[in-house]
Write a protein that binds this ligand. Structure first.
Ligand SMILES: [Zn+2]
Length: 56
């Protein structure tokens, strides 16, 4: 996985204090953290936008 901000290398990281069992991705270059939930929300928004376009 590459960072969408700087195209740097991202590592998988667990944050048991914040979200047990959940893995986030952190960029070793700029420190950007990408949460799986954030990614899923973005995908969901894209799907909704597409279905809206289809309905119009
Ligand atoms: Zn980065």
């Amino acid at each position: 996985m590459t960072c969408e901000k700087c195209k740097g290398f991202m590592i998988e990281e667990r944050q048991p204090d914040l979200s047990p069992g959940q893995v986030v991705h952190r960029c070793v270059n700029c420190g950007l953290v990408v949460d799986e939930l954030i990614v899923q929300n973005r995908l969901q928004q894209l799907r909704e936008r597409r279905s809206l376009l289809r309905a119009a």
